[in-house]
Every structure is written in structure tokens, then in C-alpha cells.
Design a protein around this ligand. Structure first.
Ligand SMILES: [Zn+2]
Ligand SMILES: [Zn+2]
Length: 203
């Protein structure tokens, strides 16, 4: 049983229905993991996905190392709690713009997609956005592969939050490390039209 919803008039929480809509959409579009592995790793050679500059095998290992750490961390939490964590979208001044409640074990992509989608709905059409995220590399691949956020993709620069960047393979770092990406070297270098946003998960 859940308490009746009580909402602060200035809430920064994105309504659960929107997160659920994204979750459903992601599941519809993307075959489940086992099926995809069969398709993608059958006899095919390693290669690049669309315009991406990092090999699929490298991105697979980024994803695997992240998933392993994350699952160990959250394995039992759904057993006891409705929400397992919060994911937040922060602007570069560390201000919370939006939050979502995470209700599934592990950090799944539909949470990040919900946050990014909400952000773009509030920005002028000419804005370019730099996104710093722990696993921006595999999120970028999903966006290319499954056409998530297709209408915004040309206005997004994906980079890995600096604290996490060194956990990724060197090939991935060459492309997604913020120091290798235009507009991210130092915060003070930002042009005003380029905003950076990053995610943080509280557990
Ligand atoms: Zn990576
Ligand atoms: Zn700000």
C-alpha cells in the first residue's frame, strides 16, 4: 500500500507516468538483452555503430563493468523499498533541475532518457547541450541504435562525468572523456549557448 500522493507546489520530480511511458517505449523498441546478444554477436565482426567512434566491443565492456558494479550495489534494495534511489539532472552550477524516482534495481536507461527529454522540452530550439553521465558512451549508442531522442540528438554532446571517465576503456576515454570534448575542458570556457548538464544518483 502506498500513501496518497502529496506534492510540493514547486516539485522538481518528474511525474511517474512520464518515467513509465519512457520505460514502456524503451522495452517496446529494444528487444530483450538475450535476443539482442544473439543478433548482435552472432557471426558478426566487431564494428562501429552508425556515426559512433568507439568499437562495439569496447562499449560492451563499458556497459558490463558498470552493470556488474551497479547490480551488486542494488541487488536486494527493491525487496524492501518502493524507490531504490533518485536520479537527478543538475545544471553545471550543481543545481537540481529535475529528479526521478528509481523503482527498478539498477540504473536503467529510461530514467536518463526521461530527464533529457524533459530538459529539451524546456529549452529553446537552438540550444546545444553537453551531457555528463557515468555511462554516456552506452547511452549514446542506444540513442543511435534505437533512435531514442532522435529529434534532439544533433544538439547533444555526450561525455562521461570526469569522476567515472577513468573507469572506461582507453578507446572510450579518447572520445567521451570531457577533456577530449569540445566545450568541456574547463567550465569557464563554456560559451553561453552551451549548457552542460549532469546526472547524479543518490542512493
Ligand atoms: Zn565507456
Ligand atoms: Zn545553473
Amino acid at each position: 500500500m502506498r500513501d496518497p500522493p502529496r506534492q510540493h507546489p514547486k516539485t522538481v520530480f518528474i511525474p511517474e507516468t512520464e518515467t513509465e511511458a519512457w520505460e514502456q517505449y524503451v522495452e517496446e523498441v529494444r528487444p530483450n538483452r538475450a535476443d539482442w546478444k544473439k543478433v548482435s554477436h552472432g557471426d558478426q565482426e566487431d564494428g562501429f555503430e552508425g556515426p559512433l567512434k568507439v568499437l562495439n566491443s569496447v562499449l560492451d565492456s563499458c556497459k558490463e563493468s558498470f552493470t556488474a558494479a551497479d547490480e551488486n550495489h542494488q541487488k536486494s534494495s527493491t525487496q524492501w523499498f518502493d524507490s531504490t534511489a533518485l536520479m537527478g539532472l543538475l545544471c553545471r552550477h550543481d543545481r537540481v533541475l529535475w529528479l526521478v524516482n528509481m523503482t527498478s534495481p539498477g540504473e536503467r536507461q529510461h530514467y536518463a532518457l526521461t530527464l533529457i527529454d524533459t530538459l529539451f522540452q524546456h529549452l529553446p530550439l537552438h540550444f546545444t547541450v553537453g551531457i555528463l553521465y557515468d555511462i554516456a558512451c552506452t547511452l549514446h549508442r542506444s540513442c543511435v541504435r534505437w533512435k531514442f531522442l532522435d529529434q534532439y540528438i544533433n544538439r547533444i554532446a555526450f561525455t562521461i562525468s570526469v569522476f567515472h571517465a577513468y573507469g572506461h576503456g582507453w578507446q572510450c576515454q579518447c572520445v567521451y572523456h570531457p577533456r577530449k570534448c569540445r566545450g568541456f575542458v574547463l567550465q569557464v570556457c563554456f560559451r553561453t549557448s552551451v549548457q552542460s548538464f549532469r546526472f547524479r544518483t543518490w542512493t
